[in-house]
Design a protein around this ligand. Structure first.
Ligand SMILES: [Zn+2]
Ligand SMILES: [Zn+2]
Length: 189
């Protein structure tokens, strides 16, 4: 599922408008950093964004990428994944969505689900804090990894001891997932 040119342009327009409203100068570098975020489905970390943007804008620095991503976060134009102590990954999809994460290669893709959107976990989490949003992370094996696993199995010697076979047995079927309840507030700068 591609993001589509129209959606990318919509995101870029929203970015320009947000910069204007917040009085932030719309520099070429900031625009290119946001454009990279707007067109990717990867949920990249700052380093990956830097590597990609540098191909088009050789003068960009890691520091600028880092600061721009957190500025986008403060503006509400991207969100972040995972916990604070992990290498933060960024996400420019502001539509309500959930994440499929491949347990083998780490691929993270958005998906949409009315069923998950309707989840009400207020009661279960009331002792911990107030829920602001619910993002479900579904873990599984992506099609690419599944294909690689099959290839390895068919050319391998003795499928019984194949660690890939064992792993797929564990992760297939009842898909394990956990919920990540974002309970933090953003400060506008
Ligand atoms: Zn995978
Ligand atoms: Zn996402």
């Amino acid at each position: 599922m591609d993001i589509g040119g129209r959606e990318i342009e919509r995101r870029v327009t929203r970015f320009k408008q947000a910069c204007r409203e917040a009085g932030i100068k719309l520099t070429h570098q900031r625009l290119e950093i946001f454009r990279e975020m707007a067109q990717t489905q990867d949920h990249p970390d700052a380093e990956s964004v830097y590597t990609r943007v540098r191909k088009r804008v050789p003068t960009v620095s890691m520091d600028t990428v880092y600061r721009t991503l957190w500025m986008l976060n403060d503006l509400g134009l991207v969100t972040t994944l995972g916990q604070a102590h992990e290498r933060t990954r960024f996400d420019a999809n502001l539509k309500r969505h959930h994440h499929f994460v491949c347990v083998r290669c780490g691929l993270t893709r958005d998906f949409y689900s009315d069923v998950l959107d309707a989840l009400n976990v207020e009661e279960s989490t009331k002792d911990v804090g107030r829920v602001e949003s619910t993002v479900v992370e579904v873990r599984g094996v992506c099609h690419d990894c599944e294909k690689k696993g099959e290839k390895r199995r068919s050319s391998g010697n003795g499928a019984g001891s194949d660690p890939v076979a064992k792993e797929s047995h564990l992760t297939r079927g009842g898909t394990p997932f956990f919920m990540e309840n974002a309970a933090r507030s953003f400060t506008m700068t």
